[in-house]
Design a protein around this ligand. Structure first.
Ligand code: TMP
Length: 213
């Protein structure tokens, strides 16, 4: 059976991943590829409702256990309702964030035990990993400058402290070092068009590999 690829983009808020995810989706579509673009938390009606709960900046009292379970609940729904059926139809799924965000934000940022997160995440995903993940790494200072320039109101997580984002960045780098075959770390301070080309070339190679299974 021909299956599609599952590609995710990760990085701290303001790293430029959403722009790169959009550019990749456009380019693959322009070549006739069938692409399903999605995001986490979110991507289906139920998961988008969970997203609204998670990101609401009025929910300051949300405890980290509640936060973890909501991200994972959204992921389970998104994966079974949208991602797996799309891959099985042969579409390429491009998702703005997935499980590595949980390890970086809740594991390193909120300091929830990684072992516990791994177990809970595999319950939510059934052990499905992306085929390829791009981590756009940018210094926290640079990401903050970009977020300020975007002038959009901050959500509950973006409103966090600088130390939190330093831990998340470090966490992402550790997660990438532990999965070198899947996660490609890219310098997110490079010009967008340079990044776009790198992302496209690496993706094209991976999709070729998958279609030869
Ligand atoms: P976004 O703004 O990139 O769509 O992401 C929403 C926020 O949710 C962002 O601050 C990162 C955070 N997040 C987590 O903390 N854990 C997760 O598992 C996911 C998917 C996102």
């Amino acid at each position: 059976m021909i299956r599609g690829g599952f590609i995710t983009f990760e990085g701290i808020d303001g790293c430029g991943k959403s722009t790169q995810a959009d550019l990749l989706a456009k380019r693959l579509r322009s070549e006739g590829g069938v692409v399903v673009a999605s995001r986490e938390p979110g991507g289906t009606p139920i998961a988008e409702k969970i997203r609204a709960l998670l990101l609401n900046s009025a929910h300051r009292e949300m405890v980290k256990e509640c936060e973890v379970l909501l991200y994972l609940a959204a992921r389970a729904q998104h994966l079974k309702e949208k991602i797996i059926p799309a891959i099985n139809r042969g579409a390429t799924v491009i998702c703005d964030r997935f499980q590595d965000a949980t390890f970086a934000y809740q594991g390193f940022g909120r300091e929830v035990t990684l072992e516990q997160l791994r177990r809970m995440n595999s319950f939510a995903t059934g052990g499905i990993d992306p085929d390829l993940t791009f981590l756009l790494d940018v210094p926290v200072e640079k990401a903050f400058e970009r977020l300020t320039a975007m002038k959009k109101p901050k959500d509950r997580l973006e409103d966090g402290e600088r130390d939190f984002f330093e831990r998340v960045r470090k966490g992402y780098r550790r997660v990438a070092a532990d999965a070198p075959g899947r996660i490609v770390l890219l310098d997110g301070t490079l010009p967008p068009e340079v990044l776009e080309e790198k992302v496209y070339m690496i993706t094209a190679g991976k999709l070729k590999e998958i279609s030869c299974y």
